[in-house]
Design a protein around this ligand. Structure first.
Ligand SMILES: Nc1ncnc2c1ncn2[C@@H]1O[C@H](COP(=O)(O)OP(=O)(O)OP(=O)(O)O)[C@@H](O)[C@H]1O
Ligand SMILES: [Mg+2]
Length: 377
């Protein structure tokens, strides 16, 4: 029997749980050309949600553009990713690429080449050396031109893994984006990413080019009331069953985190013959999950310094900490002096390893990593 639970890639169809409110909010936002920063923890389902949003948009009414900039390590990569995403959204037929070029580019034009899969792609090549800024402005102005050519359609531009833009050689891309989107009243923009620290800086830091140019929309976990029918149905459709108590235990362990919930459900499905109705089996499944994730967690762990590890162990032990610089906490956990600790905290917060809740308490962002740290100790 095929395991109905999937994790690791963006999910669709039967593998997609809830997000009804988010879909409603995002649909409304794009219909009214709004600009949004979407952020949430790693593997929370942001890409899945954005892809579902795109597939829900009628192409008679919308021109959706999805640009994943994860693989872009330079401004040139970014220009190329945007150009090709705009071209793919506008002209679905390869032989129309020439039209696209003449419609949207002036004297500096890309040429048509083929990628390693034999697919046609637009490339700028050596042109970029002397005219990078001008090309970037031309390319990022394409959505507004699309909107004016097709006033009957709504153009929606989605940048996934947007914080990656901060790893480019300069902040030119962010600055050009700011200047173009100010004039793109008819285009909706979504900037998405999990690096909460960077996204937050983008919209609250006055010196950030995109300061206040978009509203923010945080994505949260999925709650038990939505997981219950979803998990029950997926077991049932694959010829097995699971009790309500077991589902409640699964979701209480994962907190409703989509990736870990799918992963734990997948293991539960695997170890169940017919019916899962004994909650002690969830502990068995958790053990298997930790064993499987151990390699990835170990790699991550080895990247931290001794003092960082000590602090992470201390926070994991106490689950959440109000005052990490208090003498009590430092002494109890054998931590370095307050000034060193402040430096470490800053780095871990900036890297989104540690996060802060609404009441100001610090915790390890990845709950399962935190549990693994405790197990390891
Ligand atoms: N709506 C959903 N219903 C069920 N499972 C989901 C849902 N969204 C995400 N998941 C689970 O979480 C995993 C990660 O999803 P996705 O890649 O969309 O997250 P992400 O937030 O974009 O991750 P990253 O931070 O790595 O970019 C999926 O493989 C799936 O197991
Ligand atoms: Mg993603």
């Amino acid at each position: 029997m095929k395991n109905p639970f999937s994790f690791g890639v963006a999910v669709t169809g039967e593998s997609f749980c809830n997000r009804v409110k988010e879909m409603h909010d995002l649909k409304k936002a794009v219909e009214s050309s709004r600009k949004l920063f979407i952020f949430g923890e790693r593997r929370l389902g942001k890409t899945s949600l954005l892809k579902k949003l795109i597939s829900s948009l009628d192409t008679e009414e919308f021109i959706p553009v999805y640009i994943d900039i994860w693989k872009c390590v330079s401004e040139d990569d970014f220009i190329s990713a945007c150009t090709n995403a705009f071209a793919a959204a506008y002209e679905t037929k390869a032989d129309k690429l020439l039209n696209f070029i003449s419609e949207f580019f002036g004297s500096i034009r890309p040429t048509i080449s083929v990628d390693s899969d034999g697919k046609p792609v637009l490339v700028f090549g050596a042109v970029l050396k002397n005219a990078r800024s001008a090309v970037m402005e031309d390319v990022l102005s394409i959505p507004a031109k699309m909107a004016s050519i097709h006033p009957e359609k709504q153009v929606v531009v989605i940048f996934d893994e947007f914080p990656q833009i901060r790893s480019f050689e300069s902040d030119k891309a962010e600055r050009v984006l700011r200047s173009v989107i100010q004039h793109h009243e008819d285009v909706s923009y979504i900037f998405c990413g999990s690096k909460k620290h960077i996204i937050r800086d983008m919209f609250i830091n006055k010196s950030s080019p995109l300061y206040r140019s978009a509203a923010h929309y945080p994505i949260d976990y999925i709650s038990i009331e939505h997981w219950l029918p979803f998990i029950e149905k997926n077991f049932h459709n694959s010829g097995k069953s699971i009790s309500k108590e077991c589902i409640e235990k699964i979701v209480s362990e994962t907190g409703g985190h989509p990736f870990y919930t799918q992963m734990l459900c997948s293991v539960c499905f695997e170890i169940t013959d017919q019916k899962m109705d004994d909650i002690s089996q969830i502990d068995e499944a958790l053990e298997i999950l930790f064993q499987r994730e151990s390699h990835a967690f170990n790699n991550e762990w080895e990247g931290f310094s001794m003092n960082e590890k000590k602090l992470m162990i201390a926070i994991s032990r106490e689950k959440s900490v109000v005052s990490p610089y208090g003498a009590d906490f430092i002494e109890r956990n054998g931590l370095p002096t307050s000034s060193t600790l402040q430096r470490i905290m800053k780095k871990l917060l900036e890297n989104d390893v540690i996060d802060q809740d609404g009441q100001g308490k610090y915790y390890i962002a990845d709950k399962f990593f935190s549990l693994w740290i405790l197990k390891k100790m």
